[in-house]
Design a protein around this ligand. Structure first.
Ligand SMILES: NC(=O)C1=CN([C@@H]2O[C@H](COP(=O)(O)OP(=O)(O)OC[C@H]3O[C@@H](n4cnc5c(N)ncnc54)[C@H](O)[C@@H]3O)[C@@H](O)[C@H]2O)C=CC1
Ligand SMILES: O=C(O)CCC(=O)C(=O)O
Length: 414
């Protein structure tokens, strides 16, 4: 067994929000057994308390990792978002603190696209209300406001992983797809791009949102945009609750300008299953409300558990940051011998020279050096052979001005 600067059994891992068993099993297989799991998200104060002494944290979409939470978490070295979105983490602050954040960018893509496809049919047939009436003992055998989806225009806002997946499925079922994206995107199949969001809104029978939460997408669907939508059209949001002005949507639904909606994500979401969900959309006709379960399938959760656990393990074992969303990405070969140091620093001139001096002044043989930078930080990994006093070197590299974090990852000298 290689000697580690910090034994794995002491690496404390906290997993929140019911992360899949696969993650725990993979971590245990790699020697990380010091894992605490909680089924729900925590509020800011509870999170700060629970994070004391925690080295790696796993969350889903509900935990809010604010600047305050991150700054208080003095032992935290890596974060795994067991989902796609990472807007719940203050990524720049995490970067400045030298904490890489990992996610699973594709693992639940298909699950979201399938849910949305199903909802389009349900909405255009008014199934939600018809089913409710039958459950209550009634009977409403009517074709009013019921349409085939064949030939209808689906407008996809955000033509990324989920948007394109949906595009393919919708075309296979006979829909015509238009999309709007801020980036130039390859149109799949017969899909056609729109030059503006307004153009898409005026053309579409169904609008489905698949953009991330950013400053540009917040409230991108407000009263004006809802007005621009075709009368009698439908709106779907399985992206983020911040994207739609929810009161304006409630008004558009009440006036029947928008004939139905399927909403999976909300500006305010309960922290746990026992908390009340409050929204102006409750009890409106032909509105499907789901509790942020777009990515909640057995397949997606199992895959996400494996994928994010693997990224955390690779970072902790080898220093690899491949797949980090806020950090320079370094892919490192595993070495069977030598000592590996990692150093995260502010990207200011002269640091690399000072780091190299620490090794060269001792006449050490540098077996390899891996460096990646972004405009704010630098991440460098040193593999060193020979007689090394690793704790002395660690103290020296930590003392360099601009250092954010430094660690001895392992010592594999015979
Ligand atoms: N309901 C759920 O359970 C889930 C929700 N999501 C949400 O779905 C979002 C999209 O996921 P992916 O498709 O994987 O992301 P992605 O990054 O592959 O695609 C997003 C697309 O939106 C485009 N975009 C960004 N800003 C835009 C703007 N202002 N106007 C138009 N287009 C814009 C981007 O260029 C990109 O093509 C995630 O960010 C996440 O918030 C993801 C998974 C599950
Ligand atoms: O499953 C979750 O908790 C979050 C899903 C989601 O919104 C995402 O992957 O971005």
């Amino acid at each position: 067994m290689p000697k580690l600067s910090f034994p794995k059994e002491k690496i404390s891992i906290l997993l929140l929000e019911g992360i899949h068993d696969n993650a725990v099993a993979d971590l245990a297989d790699h020697g990380y057994a010091n894992v605490t799991r909680l089924p729900k998200a925590l509020d800011e104060q509870d999170l700060i308390e629970q994070l004391a002494g925690v080295h790696m944290l796993g969350i889903r979409s509900r935990s809010q990792l604010t600047e305050k939470v991150l700054r208080e978490a003095d032992k935290l070295m890596a974060i795994g978002c067991f989902c796609i979105g990472t807007n719940q983490v203050n990524l720049p602050v995490a970067r400045r603190l030298g904490i890489p954040v990992f996610n699973a960018p594709h693992s639940n893509t298909r699950s979201v696209a399938e849910l949305v496809m199903g909802e389009i049919i349900m909405l255009m047939r008014g199934i939600w209300d018809k089913s409710r009436i039958v459950h209550e003992g009634g009977w409403m055998k009517s074709a009013k406001d019921s349409y085939e989806i064949r030939g209808k225009v689906l407008g996809i806002v955000g033509y990324g992983h989920i948007g394109t997946q949906l595009s393919i499925i919708a075309e296979a079922l006979g829909m015509r797809v238009r999309f709007f994206d801020v980036q130039k995107k390859l149109a799949l199949g017969n899909a056609q791009s729109c030059r503006t969001l307004d153009e898409l809104l005026t053309l579409s029978d169904v609008v489905s949102l698949h953009v991330p939460d950013t400053a540009q997408t917040r409230n991108m669907i407000g009263p004006e945009q809802l007005k621009a939508m075709k009368k009698g059209s439908y709106l779907i949001n399985a992206a983020r609750g911040s994207i739609i002005d929810i009161d304006a949507l409630a008004d558009a639904l009440k006036s029947r300008h928008v004939l139905g909606a399927a909403i999976d994500v909300f500006p305010e979401e309960p922290a746990g299953d026992a908390d009340e969900f409050v929204s102006p959309l409750r009890n409106l006709p032909n509105v499907i409300l789901t509790p942020h379960i777009g990515g909640s399938t057995i397949e997606a959760q199992a895959n996400i558990g494996n994928e994010v656990a693997r990224k955390l393990i690779e970072y902790s074992d080898n220093g690899s940051t491949m797949g980090a969303v806020n950090f320079p990405e370094v892919q490192l070969p595993v070495r069977e011998s030598g000592v590996r140091f990692l150093h995260i620093h502010a990207n200011v001139p002269g640091i690399l020279r000072k780091l190299n001096e620490v090794f060269s002044s001792r006449g050490l043989n540098m077996a390899a050096q891996y460096l990646q930078t972004d405009p704010e930080i630098g991440y460098v990994v040193f593999d060193v052979d020979g007689e090394v006093d690793d704790q002395e070197i660690l103290a020296d590299i930590r003392a360099i001005d601009g250092t954010l974090r430094a660690r001895v990852l392992y010592d594999r000298r015979a």
